[in-house]
Structure formats: structure tokens, C-alpha cells
Design a protein around this ligand. Structure first.
Ligand code: ATP
Ligand code: MG
Length: 669
């Protein structure tokens, strides 16, 4: 029986064929990447096309120290390229024209599935690039995209990249207010959307939301000139019959159907050669900690980093079938549904639906259907699916899997072990990838053929990344210990600024510890040098002088067989300074009762220590989560002190949960 304390060595069959097949090999490359980053990334750059080559003397220039002047990060200054050309034309030229870039799986299993080859994708991208040009979009213009997981989404992104327009994708689960705020912030020229999206049995009418948002932007004093709309609702699903009659609101001269615009367009479009540091896209963070930040990524460095992390961390080989369940509206979808896989000529599955429709085995059914070899998802999805036990998993053949990935939150050992055992059948590598919208790609992660795994540890840094742990006063913690996770030198994929707000960029990430990029997350280094992400530093607890992380306590609580999810926050306490306030969601068909409360208190006491004994354990029918599935602990801190000024909750998936939690506060609290 696997246990949390054990170390899991990579399956020798995976190591044998892997790009990086041992820790010795990992260390060799890692040291090279730090000692001589220019040399290291110059080698990586050779596989891509550069219209103007980089000047080796100016391959990397940066200032990370706020006391020495403005923060700046430049990779490959002087080089020019086009990222779309590298993802599509280059691969077609190299003989991958007939290789499938995407298999598209609709919301309903009976939807037609579609495969798109690299050649066809290139043609569609060129045609849409011509549509954008006809509508006046030029290099440097911002294009907002608010779309479901359909193939037109990567087509729209790459069309922007081809002509040098900057895409700003807003996850299609966001409200019209959030969309308006983001379109206004970037002064979007054009909006691309769809009539709607399918989520299980429900249709979401996106175009109606867009109309409200476009009006709001107008009120704020900016006009989005055009809106291009994919007709999606009618074309696919057996559920559609009940919904097709819905009228799509339309404004003449502003709104255009995608398919009508595409009809007469040339399937060729000369790429715009972009400077290495020209913006590629902007993307707002999830808003777990406050107002979303408009993170800006640029061209050359992002290409190198997305491509390399994808190849190495998933150990992607020609013939593999890769599936990342993240929505393209998040950074995970940008780097690991679109840019990373396509840069490697990979074949991916793209999925419109949810894990629960039409049944709780949908993920496993899709893995079986396409014979997926690499599967990348989030702890929140794993925990939700664990609740249904193994039976839905056992209905399907998952034997093709080699690498399982996790991203978004610390994965608690309980969920890790379930993933390892029931999905990976104890023969897959699990890569617990720590990274952020800001980092552009994985920064701390196991490597499948090399890293002996510890459940819940993101383990070691990726090439080019130099993590340091600092204490509150900025002193480096060497060896074992816990502190602020910071990075002391740039890697190619990191953000360059916050859009139109370099000041906020510097103050958020570089002012707390001059000389370092500050992630805002805490981490612990164990005796073997493994890094364990302990969560956001704002979420740390200090009980009677004992410093603890929420992740640590939550992973103990979720070990209880009746608990599905747990979230822990601190509450001020007159004697202890702070005390623990726990929110518990029981498993399906389990009740929440005094017996469970006392068992949980006992469990924490035994596993962490008497000082960690929770003061309050509250029933939570659901937890307040961002639309990317992360627990918003700042809201829970408000519930714990019964303060209804909860702040900005616009990025919550379900705002009604907040009220329920206030209602559910136990009397003694
Ligand atoms: P905001 O910055 O607006 O509060 P956010 O930080 O949730 O939103 P993202 O950039 O999507 O937005 O998420 C990055 C954060 O997610 C990290 O800083 C970290 O807290 C968490 N995270 C991501 N992957 C992991 C992981 N493998 N282990 C632990 N934490 C992770
Ligand atoms: Mg963040």
C-alpha cells in the first residue's frame, strides 16, 4: 500500500526512454542552465526559425534589483521571429502536415469529434488572420477573446500571433462585468466570442453576456469596434434540440459571423516578424488574492520556455497523445494546451465538457477513447472525482498513461496517492508542477524519468530557475527550513511587466526583497532538498508561536475517510495570537456530525501537535472557489470572524456559497 512517507521511484520503463533519465543527468543540465544561461538557451533556440538571429552578446540582459534602477528582463534582444510560424509553418515544413494537432471532444459524447491536422490548422489560422486584417487589426492592437473550448479558440489566438496583435483571453465562465473590466483595461479593438457554450446539459449564452459587457466598456469611455462570433451552439450536440431557438442578439456593422467572414479568405498570410521582446499576449491572474493583474508575456523567451518545459516535464515523444484539461482561459491552457504542445508538433486532445457529464467517468472515458499517454489536470478535479470511488475508473482502460500532471494548488498526499494508484496504476510518473501566470511555465516540478517522487512535493527547480527561501527579514534559509519562495535570476518564460502598470509590477514582485522575484508563495525544503509549496504567504498561520501552513493542516484533515475537502484559515485569538478555523466538506452521502468534529480535532492533534488543535470545525456544503477551482481563503477568513465585508468576489465560481457559509457558522463560533 503506497504511503505518504514513501519515495516513489520512476518506473524504469519510463526512465529508459526518457529525455532526462536520471537525477545525475538532470543535475548536469540544471547546473549548466544556471552557470551559463545564454549558452543553454541558445542551444534550445536552434530548433526554431529566427528571421534575424540573436546577438550572442545580448542574449540575456536584466536588472532584478529595484535599488539599482527599473526592473527589466530581456532575452534575445535584436532577434526577430514569429511564434505562429514556428508552431505551424515550421512543423508542416518538417513533415508534420498530416499529423493531428488537436482531437476535439465535445461536451456530449455523441457530439461529432473533429481532428485538425497541422496543415489544416495553418490554413485556418491564415484565413482568420486575414479576417482580422480586413477588420483593421494591426501589429500591437489588443484583441479580447471570450470563447468556449472549441477549435476556433486556438485558431483565433494564433491568428493574432501571426499578425502581431496581442491577445487577451478572458475565461468564458467570467461575468459580463469581469469581461468589461478586462476589455477596458487593455483597450481592446476587437472581441472574438461564440454564440454560446455547452456545460453539461446547460447552454451558456455568451453572446448575450458580451453585449452587456460591450455596453459597459462604452460607458467607461472606450469602444470595442468589432465583435466576431462563432456559431457553435447549434452545430454539435444532442442537447441542442431544446436550445436552438434562442435568438442571438445582434448589432449590425459591429457583429460578424465567423463562418461568413472566413468564406472568401485566402488560406495563406505572410507572418509579421516580431522583435524578441514584442508582446505576445496578456492574461489576468485568477484573482485569488485580490484584484487581477494583467500579466504581459513576450515573444522569444516565452516560446523557448513553453516549448522546453512541455517537452521535458511531460516527456512528450512523437506518437504520444497528450491531454490537458485546463481551460485555455487560464495560463495552463495558454502554455500547455496551445503554445508548448504545438511548438513540439504534439497531438493533443481538447475537451469542451465537464468531468461529470453525462457521468462521473467522463475523464476516464476520454482517456480510453483517445489512448491518452500524458494527462494533466488540477487537484480540485482529482478530489472531486475521488469522491465517487474507483468504480467509474475501472470501467475504462487507462493502460496507455505514462505521465500524470497536477497544477493549480498544492496536491494533498491523499489525492496524490489516489491519482498514483487508481489512475496511474502505480506505474506512471506524477509531475506536481508549481508555477504561476507570471512564470509563464513550470518552475518547480519533478521530471518523469528522473525524479524520485514524494507525494505532495513539487520537488526541484526546472532548468534556468534558481529558487531561494528567505525569512521575514530577507535572510536566506540554507538547508532545511521554511520561508518565502523567491527566484534570484530570470528564466526566459517569465512575465516582463503588468500591462500599462510597470509600477505595480515592481511593487508587487520586486520590492519586498530587493534582488529577487517574489512569488508570494511559501515553501519548505526538507532534509533531501525537496521543495514543498506551503501555499500563499498570506495564508500562513501562527498559533502560539508555531508557524504552520494551511496546506499542512488541510492535508491531514482530508486524510479522514469521511472528508472530501477541507480549508483552513486563521482567526485572531486573545491568548494564542491566532487559532485554526476549519471548513469541512464531507464526502457524497456522508453527514457532518459532532463525532466527525471530534475525530478531526484528534487527528490534527496527533499528526501535527496539540498546539495545532482546531478551535472551530465548521460544515461547508461547498467552498468558495475561483473559477479556476482554487479555494479563496481570504473569503473564509471573513466568515471566521463573521465580517460581511468580504471584498471583491467577482472571480468566484459561485457567490451564493459565501452566504451559506455565514449561515452555517456554528453557535459557539
Ligand atoms: P492571484 O495572483 O490573482 O491571486 P492566482 O495566484 O490564483 O491568482 P495563478 O497564477 O493562476 O493565479 O495561480 C498561481 C498560484 O497557484 C501559485 O502562486 C500557487 O499559489 C498556486 N499553485 C499553482 N500550482 C501549484 C502547485 N503545483 N503546488 C502548489 N501551489 C500551486
Ligand atoms: Mg498569484
Amino acid at each position: 500500500m503506497p504511503s505518504e512517507k514513501s519515495i516513489y521511484n520512476p518506473n524504469p520503463a519510463i526512465s529508459r526512454d526518457a529525455y532526462i533519465s536520471s537525477m545525475a543527468e538532470y543535475r548536469k543540465f540544471y547546473e549548466e542552465s544556471l552557470d551559463n544561461p545564454e549558452e543553454f538557451w541558445m542551444r534550445v533556440a536552434k530548433q526554431f526559425h529566427w528571421e534575424t538571429p540573436a546577438d550572442p552578446k545580448k542574449f540575456l540582459q536584466y536588472n532584478f534589483n529595484i535599488n539599482k534602477g527599473p526592473i527589466s528582463i530581456k532575452w534575445m534582444e535584436g532577434a526577430s521571429t514569429n511564434i505562429c510560424y514556428n508552431l505551424l509553418d515550421r512543423n508542416v515544413r518538417n513533415g508534420l502536415g498530416d499529423t493531428i494537432a488537436y482531437y476535439w471532444e465535445g461536451n456530449h459524447p455523441d457530439d461529432y469529434s473533429r481532428g485538425l491536422t497541422y496543415r489544416k490548422l495553418l490554413e485556418e489560422v491564415c484565413r482568420f488572420a486575414n479576417v482580422l486584417k480586413d477588420h483593421g487589426v494591426r501589429k500591437g492592437d489588443r484583441v479580447s477573446i471570450y470563447m468556449p473550448m472549441i477549435l476556433e479558440l486556438p485558431i483565433a489566438m494564433l491568428a493574432c500571433a501571426r499578425i502581431g496583435a496581442v491577445h487577451s483571453i478572458v475565461f468564458a465562465g467570467f461575468s459580463s462585468d469581469s469581461l468589461a473590466e478586462r476589455m477596458f483595461d487593455c483597450r481592446a479593438k476587437v472581441l472574438i466570442t461564440a454564440d454560446g457554450a455547452w456545460r453539461g446539459e446547460k447552454a451558456l449564452y455568451l453572446k448575450s453576456l458580451c453585449d452587456v459587457a460591450l455596453e459597459k466598456v462604452e460607458e467607461l469611455g472606450h469602444t470595442v469596434e468589432k465583435c466576431i462570433v462563432v456559431s457553435h451552439l447549434k452545430r454539435v450536440t444532442p442537447c441542442a434540440e431544446d436550445h436552438v431557438e434562442q435568438d442571438i442578439p445582434w448589432t449590425e456593422d459591429r457583429d460578424f459571423w465567423w463562418h461568413e467572414e472566413m468564406e472568401d479568405k485566402e488560406p495563406a498570410c505572410y507572418p509579421e516578424w516580431m522583435e524578441a521582446e514584442d508582446p505576445l499576449f496578456m492574461l489576468y491572474t485568477s484573482g485569488s488574492t485580490g484584484k487581477p493583474k494583467g500579466v504581459l508575456h513576450t515573444t522569444a523567451g516565452y516560446l523557448l520556455y513553453a516549448a522546453t518545459t512541455f517537452k521535458i516535464v511531460f516527456d512528450y515523444k512523437p506518437g504520444d497523445i497528450y491531454w490537458c484539461t485546463a481551460d485555455i482561459g487560464w495560463i495552463t491552457g495558454h502554455s500547455y494546451v496551445v503554445y508548448g504542445p504545438l511548438a513540439n508538433g504534439a497531438t493533443s486532445v481538447m475537451f469542451e465538457g465537464t468531468p461529470f457529464f453525462p457521468d462521473n467517468d467522463r475523464f476516464w472515458a476520454v482517456i480510453d477513447k483517445y489512448k491518452v499517454t500524458q494527462f494533466y489536470t488540477a487537484p480540485t478535479a482529482i478530489r472531486a472525482l475521488m469522491k465517487f470511488g474507483e468504480e467509474p475508473v475501472l470501467k475504462h482502460n487507462l493502460n496507455g498513461l505514462k505521465v500524470l500532471g497536477s497544477v493549480g494548488e498544492p496536491i494533498n498526499p491523499e489525492a496524490w496517492l489516489w491519482f498514483y494508484r487508481y489512475i496511474g496504476k502505480e506505474k506512471c510518473s506524477i509531475v506536481d508542477t508549481f508555477w504561476q501566470t507570471e512564470t509563464g511555465g513550470h518552475v518547480i516540478t519533478p521530471i518523469p524519468g528522473a525524479t524520485p517522487m514524494k507525494p505532495g512535493s513539487a520537488s526541484f527547480p526546472f532548468f534556468g530557475v534558481k529558487p531561494t527561501l528567505l525569512d521575514e527579514s530577507g535572510i536566506e534559509i540554507k538547508g532545511e527550513g521554511e520561508g518565502y519562495l523567491v527566484f534570484s535570476q530570470p528564466w526566459p518564460g517569465m512575465m516582463r511587466t503588468l500591462y500599462n502598470n510597470h509600477e505595480r509590477f515592481e511593487s508587487t514582485y520586486f520590492s519586498k526583497f530587493p534582488g529577487f522575484y517574489c512569488t508570494g508563495d511559501g515553501a519548505r525544503r526538507d532534509a533531501d532538498g525537496y521543495l514543498w509549496i506551503t501555499g500563499r504567504v498570506d495564508d500562513m498561520l501562527n498559533v502560539s508561536g508555531h508557524l504552520m501552513s494551511t496546506a499542512e493542516v488541510e492535508s491531514v484533515l482530508t486524510e479522514h475517510h469521511r472528508v472530501a475537502e477541507a480549508a483552513v484559515v486563521s482567526r485572531p485569538h486573545p491568548v494564542k495570537g491566532e487559532c485554526l478555523y476549519c471548513f469541512i466538506t464531507p464526502n457524497e452521502n456522508e453527514t457532518f456530525d459532532p463525532k466527525l468534529i471530534s475525530e478531526l480535532k484528534k487527528l490534527v492533534r496527533e499528526r501535527i501537535g496539540p498546539f495545532a488543535m482546531p478551535d472551530v470545525v465548521q460544515h461547508a456544503p461547498g467552498l468558495p472557489k475561483t473559477r479556476s477551482g482554487k479555494i479563496m481563503r481570504r473569503v473564509l477568513r471573513k466568515v471566521a470572524v463573521n465580517d460581511r465585508n468580504v471584498g471583491d468576489t467577482s472571480t468566484l465560481a459561485d457567490e451564493s456559497i459565501v452566504e451559506q457559509l455565514f449561515q452555517n457558522r456554528p453557535v459557539e463560533a
